[in-house]
Design a protein around this ligand. Structure first.
Ligand code: UDP
Ligand code: MG
Length: 334
């Protein structure tokens, strides 16, 4: 592999990972040592309230490749990743979790496929060890659903662990939406993409930040960000109910005129009113989901705020070198 002139950025979001961070850094470093390329390792601290940040600065002390971005508060993984992508300089960028669920050993495979011309190389789980059967089933159904309702083909059983070429990163950087469903965005940009199968391990240590309520919201996010099918569904359902009401109305008129039956009683009326009321509320709820998202987009707030940014010693040196050659401040050397 002839990559010695390439710079590759590793982007690692950190939120309260003090128990695994050391092991992660060791494992990553030993993997990178076997690869003939230059690296920068960008840690994004998503406002951890344990010792994680201190550890990150310790890594930075002894490793000129390490950069540390501190966000002003906890913004969530997707935004943390975005901050990392925005600050990356690499010809390729690799996104990896810091809990060792994404094995760094795959990185050489990523780079090989990138050299083969792929813009997005993603890891695809062949098993979900450590996940409950409930999570497995719901996850599988979610991917099937989103494939059907959106026009974007989001590959199943993939996380964010992947390599992106520079042009893929630039494409993602143009998508400044506030509601960031990254898996969908990675698929949306297109370009040649390649899957690499792997076995996902259970968390090395520490706690997952996910619970079922968060996963449910994540699923909603995915569907509403990538599809307007629920809105259309509400329309068709409304049409169906209206048609039913029309037929039933015809039947009542017929019944009254031909057989002279008195108006049937209270129960049927009650059922119809409650049913329609319920349907209308669901419809309004669906519209509300979209309207709420529109509301947040329309504010045009920045995606994140940075408390402190310590570039890697390497990138500072590179910036200095460019400045002395060109005599100007280069835009990528922040
Ligand atoms: N993470 C983050 N901000 C958050 C939650 C998580 O940066 O608000 C990071 C976390 O440190 C880890 C990655 O995102 O590196 C994945 O988190 P987690 O392991 O909790 O998710 P799971 O693997 O269970 O999907
Ligand atoms: Mg994890």
């Amino acid at each position: 592999m002839k990559t010695e002139n390439d710079l590759i950025s590793i982007i690692a979001p950190v939120f309260n990972e003090e128990t695994v961070l050391e092991a992660f850094y060791q494992q990553l470093s030993s993997t990178l040592a076997g690869i003939n390329a230059r690296f920068e390792i960008i840690f994004i601290d998503d406002s951890s309230n344990d010792n994680s940040l201190k550890l990150l600065y310790e890594f930075q002390q002894s490793d000129p490749r390490v950069a540390v971005i501190e966000l002003s508060r906890n913004f969530g993984k997707e935004i943390a990743l975005t901050a990392g992508l925005d600050h990356s300089h690499g010809d390729a960028v690799i996104i990896i979790d810091t809990d060792l669920q994404d094995p760094p050993e795959l990185i050489p495979d990523f780079i090989r496929e990138w050299k083969n011309g792929y813009d997005v190389v993603y890891a695809q789980r062949t098993s979900r060890r450590g996940d409950s059967w409930f999570k497995k089933v719901t996850a599988h159904q979610f991917y099937r659903l989103i494939k059907r309702v959106s026009n974007t083909d989001i590959p199943e059983d993939t996380g964010d662990f992947r390599l992106l070429s520079r042009r893929a990163v630039d494409a993602i950087s143009q998508l400044r939406e506030r509601h960031r469903f990254m898996k969908g965005m990675f698929a949306w940009i297109g370009y040649p993409q390649k899957a690499i199968p792997y076995q996902r391990q259970p968390r090395h240590a520490g706690q997952t930040k996910w619970n079922y309520w968060k996963l449910w919201n994540f699923a909603l996010e995915g569907i509403t960000s990538f599809s307007t099918a629920p809105l259309r569904l509400a329309t068709y359902f409304g049409l169906l109910v209206a048609f039913g009401a029309f037929v039933y109305g015809g039947y009542i008129i017929y019944d009254t005129l031909v057989w002279g039956n008195p108006v049937p009683g209270y129960p049927s009326l009650m059922v119809v009113i409650l049913f329609l009321g319920g349907i209308q509320l669901i419809g309004i709820g669906i519209i509300g989901e979209y309207l709420g998202r529109l509301f947040y987009e329309s504010k045009q707030r920045p995606l994140y705020l940075i408390k402190s940014y310590q570039p890697s010693a390497d990138s500072a040196a590179r910036a200095e070198a460019t400045r002395s050659i060109t005599g100007v401040h280069s835009p990528g050397s922040d």
